[in-house]
Design a protein around this ligand. Structure first.
Ligand SMILES: O=C(O)CCC(=O)C(=O)O
Length: 221
């Protein structure tokens, strides 16, 4: 990842409206919310990824996911032929996942507060890397032990179209454009809504290069 520069932050800030868009009864897009954190986030993210690098995982159905994954925090989300689950250990190294850096945790907690979830205590941060063409099919986040905590999702790099559906796979989905620094929070009555990401378009982001990185914070244990 190339290093950030003040000018590039300014460009990003100009492109984005800022503010809070409601996309569900208890769901919001916080435009540009993470922009001011980027300088703290990126070095921490590099440290996490040096310890637990991105890898492509296989679904229980035998498909290789197009997004590459890593995690930090007490629990990391994994998938293989025997199922989806959270694990205390990185299956690649058999070591605990990297600690969740304070900057990441603080960003997630404050974003959750901004969306009305005042006591968010994430113990898992899934890190998804999408190169152009990679996507995430519609799914519900259901591997967590309880659903009382929200999901906080931070977008970095190339833009994406986020699909935000209903409680059934067949329900209508909203298509929401997400840009570098946007944060989506959904919880409460919306916690189990289907969501996904359309294939990422070719492009080069001035800070992140030819990729989109998404950080998804949850309380899993
Ligand atoms: O990349 C995104 O914006 C969403 C990621 C996601 O759906 C997930 O990790 O469950």
């Amino acid at each position: 990842m190339p290093g950030p520069t003040a000018d590039l932050f300014a460009d990003d800030a100009l492109q984005q409206p800022g503010g809070r868009e409601q996309i569900g009864e208890e769901s919001y897009v916080l435009r540009g919310y993470a922009l001011h954190w980027i300088e703290r986030l990126l070095p921490e993210l590099r440290r996490v990824l040096a310890q637990s690098p991105f890898r492509q995982m296989v679904t229980p159905g035998g498909f290789t996911m197009s997004a590459a994954l890593s995690s930090c925090g007490e629990l990391g989300w994994t998938t293989d032929s025997s199922g989806y689950r959270y694990s205390r250990f990185d299956p690649r190294s058999q070591q605990p996942w990297p600690t969740m850096p304070d900057a990441l945790r603080e960003l997630a907690v404050l974003a959750a507060q901004e969306a009305g979830f005042i006591d968010f205590a994430p113990d898992a941060c899934l890190i998804n890397r999408y190169v152009p063409g990679a996507k995430m099919s519609l799914h519900q986040d259901k591997n967590e032990r309880r659903y009382s905590a929200p999901v906080v999702s931070v977008s970095l790099g190339l833009p994406a179209i986020f699909l935000f559906g209903g409680h059934e796979r067949s329900h209508r989905t909203q298509r929401i454009s997400l840009f570098h620094g946007d944060v989506v929070v959904w919880g409460g009555v919306d916690r189990l809504r289907f969501h996904g990401v359309m294939p990422i378009k070719e492009g080069v982001h001035p800070i992140m290069g030819s990729q989109r990185i998404n950080l998804t914070f949850r309380t899993a244990g």
